[in-house]
Ligand binder design. Structure first.
Ligand code: FAD
Length: 302
């Protein structure tokens, strides 16, 4: 494991999580439990997704408030711009700020169901460069705490971009608009991330790019998220999941541990874990990486 120049202590690798609002009250109870476990591991932040067009506004805000009021973790709110007016966004950021949420992930938003990428109605804030700019200007008017805006990055190209260079130019523009760091779409091959970060750095991107990783539990989930991420599911992982009858959380954990170790050793600034609202697999990943220290629920997890 990595040792610092000062005294050979293992280096602390920052990690963070993504959760999404529960879709039923039973799921909300389970999610409270999950969030407690996640928060107890000492993440940099826990991010909460946001349904494009405001479809999860109240549910996202409730979950962010829960994290803020009932854990020590810092909440980070995803926000989407499609279908919203500038005035609505101002109100939204003000409401979230009021609830003690100071950090935002600025996103365009997924196309509504049934709408193709080419037909997305962009609305008053047509791209995320302007969205970052807008949130920054709102944050500058707030007082009493420091807020940050972060953005998404796509190691395997955004489906709308013709080349990876288009994405890198957009990343540069978002950096200029004041984005503090980027979080990637999930991916399964270390080289995809390393190649992307290298190209971004050569183009002048200086903000940290956090790799987004997901320990999948089933072969169906792997195929689905790999398609979403715009890449091939890794053959070895798929084969192992299929050999396990389709369900093998330990395979997903092992793959993510391998990926994360390589990324960190090659200089990734931390790891962002897509939890799928489950704590077991992501905490198992951190334990394998030696990053889970003094977790109060350690016995329960083992
Ligand atoms: P943009 O930056 O607008 O990029 C979209 C496309 O437009 C790219 O091809 C880009 O190259 C192009 N583009 C951007 N600006 C310009 C410009 N000025 N000129 C020309 N072309 C431009 N979706 C949700 O609905 N809710 C969530 O909570 C959510 N969380 C996410 C978290 C992460 C970490 C990631 C990676 C994605 C998330 N998404 C979420 C999905 C996201 O909303 C979609 O992937 C969306 O299509 C892209 O968002 P963006 O902000 O990167 O878009």
């Amino acid at each position: 494991s990595a040792a610092t120049a000062t005294g050979g202590q293992p280096q602390r690798v920052p990690f963070s999580y993504e959760v999404f609002p529960a879709r039923s009250s039973a799921a909300a109870l389970a999610l409270g439990h999950t969030v407690q476990h996640l928060a107890a591991s000492g993440p940099e932040f826990i991010s909460v997704t946001y349904g494009a067009n405001g479809s999860s506004r109240d549910a996202s805000l409730d979950l962010l408030k829960y994290i803020k009021q009932h854990t020590e973790a810092r909440p980070l709110a995803h926000l989407t711009s499609i279908g919203s007016s500038k005035a609505e966004i101002e109100q939204l950021v003000a409401d979230f700020w009021q609830a003690g949420v100071y950090d935002f992930l600025a996103l365009r938003g997924d196309p509504p169901r049934g709408v193709s990428e080419a037909d997305v109605e962009l609305g008053e804030v047509p791209n995320t460069v302007e969205f970052v700019d807008l949130i920054q200007s709102i944050l500058k008017r707030q007082s009493g705490a420091t807020g940050r805006v972060c953005i998404a990055a796509f190691p395997n190209k955004h489906p709308r971009s013709e080349t990876i260079n288009d994405d890198i130019n957009v990343l540069l523009a978002k950096q200029d608009a004041g984005a503090a760091f980027a979080i990637t779409q999930l991916f399964f091959h270390a080289d995809d991330y390393l190649r992307f970060v290298d190209a971004a750095s050569r183009a002048g991107v200086r903000i940290p790019i956090l790799p987004g990783l997901m320990p999948v539990s089933t072969s169906a989930q792997l195929l689905k998220v790999a398609e979403l991420a715009g890449e091939q599911a890794p053959d070895d992982l798929l084969a192992r999941l299929e050999a396990a009858g389709g369900y093998g959380p330990e395979c997903g954990v092992e793959h993510t541990v391998g990926l994360a170790s390589r990324l960190v050793s090659e200089g990734a600034p931390g790891i962002h874990l897509y939890t799928f609202n489950r704590h077991q697999s992501v905490l198992a990943v951190l334990r394998e990486l030696g990053l889970l220290t003094n977790h109060p629920f350690e016995k329960e997890l083992a």
